[in-house]
Unconditional design. Structure first.
Length: 276
């Protein structure tokens, strides 16, 4: 069998396999040439893997609604109804993003988030009925990328998912690194080095620091930082920025005093990465 019939046969097989839950590429085209008495055929493949999202939510009604709205956007989903199961699935490495409820049986969402962050930078959006500032701050400090309070609009949830996944898109392989005395901020590898030593840092803190450091001496309001770093119009408390800046300053103290830069507050306006 040669030519297009062979291609169509392979396409049918791979599509059937993918439909059975196995990820396989789909051949789009082929080229054939002869050389040294050998006929060679090369197939050009398309990556058809859908983004996978893990929903960790003990309320089945809410989980079903979220699942329905996410799947409509073309994502694949799995659902866990308690913290222990959610953590086990999250650590399997199969997912591109996690929607994580706070009030969960067996292990609460804060603990799940903490355990995930020990080994992975996978994006996490926390979902909860607790709208107090303390709970939001705690979730963000533990490494969550975003925090939504129930009840929420499904359109907003989908928008936030898309915005976060865009920022974590592995197709962007350009090396995003900025270097100043005693500090290296690498957004490609999500790594912060101070005095040559790696420093543990939540993804959102690193993104905020990278954005400010790549725009030295420019002042940004809290609202501008929320919109730019979080990727959309953030509906939460602008004090989220203050919390992240506070935590960043604690880490940046390790760089010492003899540097020509600092994360500075511009009173009544916002923040800037000042370089002298």
């Amino acid at each position: 069998m040669t030519g297009k019939p062979r291609l169509r046969k392979i396409q049918r097989y791979l599509k059937k396999s993918a439909g059975a839950g196995r990820y396989l590429p789909i051949p789009l085209a082929f080229t054939t040439w002869k050389g040294s008495g050998v006929c060679r055929t090369v197939y050009i493949f398309m990556d058809n893997r859908k983004k996978r999202i893990l929903i960790v939510e003990d309320d089945k009604n809410i989980a079903d609604i979220v699942d329905y709205n996410i799947c409509k956007q073309g994502y694949e989903t799995d659902t866990a109804y308690d913290g222990e199961k959610g953590l086990a699935l999250a650590l399997s490495g199969q997912y591109d993003l996690i929607l994580l409820d706070v009030m969960l049986p067996k292990m609460d969402g804060f603990q799940v988030c903490r355990e995930i962050r020990r080994v992975s930078n996978i994006p996490i959006i926390m979902l909860t009925a607790k709208g107090e500032t303390f709970d939001k701050v705690l979730g963000l400090e533990l490494g969550a990328d975003d925090y939504m309070v129930k009840p929420f609009e499904n359109k907003e949830l989908v928008a936030r998912i898309k915005a976060i996944l865009r920022r974590y898109d592995p197709k962007d392989n350009s090396d995003k690194e900025v270097v100043y005395p005693n500090i290296i901020i690498n957004l490609t590898n999500y790594e912060l080095k101070i005095n040559g030593a790696s420093v543990d840092i939540p993804p959102k803190e690193l993104e905020l620091l990278y954005f400010l450091a790549t725009n030295p001496n420019k002042v940004f309001t809290r609202e501008q930082l929320l919109e730019t770093v979080w990727g959309f119009d953030y509906f939460g408390d602008s004090r989220t920025v203050d919390v992240h800046v506070k935590r960043l300053r604690e880490k940046l103290e390790k760089a010492g005093e003899n540097v020509n830069w600092q994360l500075k507050t511009v009173w009544g306006v916002g923040y800037k990465f000042e370089v002298k």
